[in-house]
Write a protein that binds this ligand. Sequence first.
Ligand code: GAR
Length: 200
Amino acid sequence: MIKIGVIISGRGSNLQAIIDAVELGKIPAQVAVVISNNPKAYGLEWAKKHNIPTKVYEPKKFPDKNTYELEIVKTLRAHQVDLVCLAGYMRIVGEPLLQQYFGKMINIHPALLPSFPGLHSQKQALDYGAKVSGVTVHFVDEGCDTGPIILQTAVPVMQDDTEETLSARILEQEHKLYPEAIKLFAEGKLKIEGRKVKIL
Ligand code: GAR
């Protein structure tokens, strides 16, 4: 059974999907700690309801990004976390987290990477006129949504979609794909080979 640390910034619906999958016994894992950079993140409430320890670290309360991240690393280590899941964490990860957790830190992104990285990916897909977008779960590297891809699901873009309707259709798939990727990691079935992830 592996220990997961989840880092969030907001609503936390992917966190909920992970907790649900764990509680239903679909993933051989335990959510050991939930960390947020935003004290108002709703996901913190959800974690508390499930008796999961939470920590809030606000970047502005630290002298620099390194000190901020070192505090996060300290907490993850204190909870003996094996896998870090970024779930709607809206910051680019820096050196301290990468040094400690490269190959053990994954992220979910609401588009088919490498298309539409960064913020507002659903709006980017709509504005571009893409007919298909989707979800990507990938290992985190030093870039913005550039790490080796673990799993992807395609989601159609409808002609009359708004950012809200497309986001909702994509989110439904996110909630299925993230637990699936975590399960593969927990079972030791993911092997990074350069840019590629082999599923064993
Ligand atoms: C999700 O759609 C996630 O894919 C996205 O933020 C949302 C968070 O929702 N992440 C990114 O855009 C990261 N670049 P949630 O807080 O309800 O899980």
